[in-house]
Design a protein around this ligand. Structure first.
Ligand code: NAP
Length: 340
């Protein structure tokens, strides 16, 4: 494990051989695929759901607000008439809600299983707060909630594998992972809370989770593909819950106008997620983001990670800590008893 003091700070750019030139027109026929998208009522989750539904997938949209969820469901049904799309309630800031959804789905998905899980929901730079289980709000929602959800849905995901398909888990990270630090000595930021630093930690944790899940599935000889994606900077509601949302109205309106000029649309922000979720050539452990300057906008390509995100000792520690905190193991991926 690497301490903050000696953590590597170099940030590799896009790996050689990054593949470019992709747009959602390349999303193939998704018929027969069952997909779950968290945070599907807004921004990237809504756009991802709409494209996948229009391409023929059965899409389970999740939301924490029934009202917002129903409006988003109607939106997707309007854009993709006749699509198989439904709404399920999920609050990632509550382990009980995660367990409840996973239990219901495991019963209803049956022998088909789950083909794609998009760990998308998130909050950014919100004021100090706690989830229902007492976790720091950003780490708890963005990382621990999705960790628990993925672990609880591992059965249906592996069921898809047993049925001859290659299930995928796509986890949303961010350029903010680059300034993120995992702080084992104060993971819940009880000693000192700074909203952006806590966001950076949560997005680094999401990326490390995606990479660690890939390593574990590979060791277990499983077909499940775990990858990560980020949308560059996209004009979504993410900006209204953090410091921008707390600005005076007039400043916020002006900032919004500037934002529209420099940010890409939620539709285009979802492209990285869609490529990671659907392209046939995606390989476990990859990370997709926009190709443009500073990865802020543009068509999705394979991108690099910070050196910190590649710290396998820290990733192992974080995984074990998440198991301890959430009480969710990934036992199907455990090495066989007696294996070294
Ligand atoms: N937009 C960007 O520039 C950007 C950049 C980098 C990474 N990302 C990542 O992209 C993902 C999607 O964000 P977005 O930009 O699409 O923002 P968004 O429009 O605000 O969408 C976030 C979604 O997450 C949901 N959510 C928040 N807390 C939740 C909880 N406790 N339980 C369940 N759902 C919850 C929100 O529900 P409510 O509507 O009820 O709040 C909403 O549906 C996030 O993981 C974010 O970190 C975004």
């Amino acid at each position: 494990m690497t301490n903050d003091a000696d953590a590597p700070t170099s940030t590799p750019g896009p790996p050689p051989g990054s593949r470019g030139g992709w747009s959602p027109e390349q999303v193939g026929d998704q018929s027969g695929r069952v997909v779950l998208v968290t945070g599907a009522n807004s921004g990237l989750g809504l756009e991802t759901s709409a494209v996948l539904a229009a391409a023929g997938a059965r899409v389970i949209m999740t939301a924490r607000s029934r009202e917002k969820g129903q409006a988003a469901l109607a939106d997707v049904q309007g854009r993709a008439p006749g699509a198989q799309v439904e709404l399920q309630m999920l609050d990632l800031a509550s382990l009980a809600s995660v367990t409840d959804l996973a239990t219901r789905l495991t019963a209803t998905l049956g022998s088909h299983g789950l083909d794609l899980l998009v760990n998308n929901a998130g909050v950014m730079a919100v004021p100090k707060g706690r989830t229902q289980d007492g976790f720091e709000m950003q780490l708890g929602t963005n990382f621990l909630g999705h960790f628990a959800l993925t672990g609880r849905l591992l059965g249906p995901l592996l069921q898809s594998e047993s049925a001859g398909r290659r299930p995928r888990v796509v986890s949303l990270s961010s350029m903010a992972h680059r300034f993120g630090r995992i702080t084992p000595q104060d993971l819940m930021r009880e000693k000192r809370y700074e909203a952006w630093s806590a966001y950076g930690q949560s997005k680094l944790a999401d990326l490390m989770f995606a990479l660690e899940l890939d390593r574990r599935t590979e060791r277990a000889g499983r077909e499940l593909v775990s990858v990560a994606a980020h949308p560059g900077i996209s004009a979504t509601n993410l900006f209204t819950g953090g410091p921008f949302g707390r600005m005076p109205d007039v400043v916020r309106r002006a900032a919004g106008k500037v934002g529209e000029l420099v940010m890409q649309s939620p539709e285009q922000g979802a492209w990285s997620v869609l490529r990671a979720a659907t392209a046939p050539d995606v390989v476990g452990g990859e990370y997709y983001g926009p190709a443009g300057a500073g990865e802020r906008s543009g068509p999705p390509v394979r991108v690099g990670t910070s050196a910190r995100a590649q710290d396998v000792d820290m990733a192992r520690w974080l995984w074990e800590e998440a198991v301890r905190l959430t009480g969710v193991g990934f036992h199907e991926l455990d090495p066989p008893a007696g294996a070294a």
